[in-house]
Design a protein around this ligand. Sequence first.
Ligand SMILES: Cc1ncc(COP(=O)(O)O)c(C=O)c1O
Length: 381
Amino acid sequence: MTTPDWDLARSQFPTLQKKIYLNSCSLGLLSRRSRDALNRYMDLWEEKGAAAWYVEWLAEMADLREQFAQLINASADEIAIMPSISATLAAITSSIDLQEGDQLVTGELDFPTVAHGFHAKARSGVETTVVRSDDRVMVGPAQFEQAISQRTRLVATSRVFFTSGYIQDVSAICDAAHNVGALAFVDDYQATGQVPIDVREVGADVLVSGGLKWLLGGPGITYMYVRRDLIPELEPSVAGWFGHRDQFAFNPHEMAYKETAARFETGTPSVSAIYAGAEGMRIVNELGADAIRQRTSELTSRLVSSLKERGFTLRVPPDDDHHASITMVELDDPGPVVDQLAERDIIVDFRPGALRASPYFYNTPEDIDTFVDAITEITLD
Ligand SMILES: Cc1ncc(COP(=O)(O)O)c(C=O)c1O
């Protein structure tokens, strides 16, 4: 593994000239390269009109599939491009013939759009189990195993929890799902990019991620891997012409699904999001997830130890190996502290009862020290 030139990587992000940005788990920064990519998209739109679709825009979409496949060690034909995680989940649940009494399982620390999508199936008599967390940091695999039953059809959980930064052993949960014949769905939104992955080792049937955070692509673009041998078995009832095998035959008399994961795509995608997403992912692939993990881990460990030295109570995983970037600092009323930090051009965010800081490779040890000094000063006042 060669160490990237982090100063050079950092210089791609103009926001960092003005601010200390520690909120990538909410929204990764815009790079000069993604801005240039968006300009390329607009130039093509202006110059060629609809003709841009057939050569450049569909090619960019194909490259985006390749980029994501490379990052997780999958093949491009196993990747669908979707607008949100909620849409990926809807595509998968609509592919399973859910019956009254079937069970869907997710965790209390998983991003709630998953549970919301599951609960929406209640009117068909489908039951949702939300596995509880005792400490708001993690949910043990044994707790998932206990919740999974012979009635379970789908288990969905995250590799990194959005609210604690805990890196979960999702392989054990995927195995537990497979033992009862259920599908394993991994929400990797908070992990891909910052924590390396080989999707085949994880054993997920479906793994989803997106541009918003660590993949530096902005909103409106998500990526869904579906294991190749599963694709022919899953026919989504939420469907559209981008998922049709002969999309440009315009035949309204039948739905014939594509043989690839693109069968889960529905209508016309956002091409601007594809351009921004592809360029963001190229940056991540060029730097390499291993190098990014090492850099982000060093920054996170510095953050955790400095905050502890100053006496803050943290809601974080017990060891560095299980800790992705997200760090929660417990505060009774975090909102005003976040605002006062923003007045000093230090950007973090908060969730109920805790301030959330999430460094990425483009941050520096000095950013961490300045933030820790500032939060100490503000909360001591
Ligand atoms: C783990 C995780 N999953 C999903 C989402 C978002 O889901 P959606 O794309 O449906 O808005 C987020 C945050 O925005 C997240 O942190």
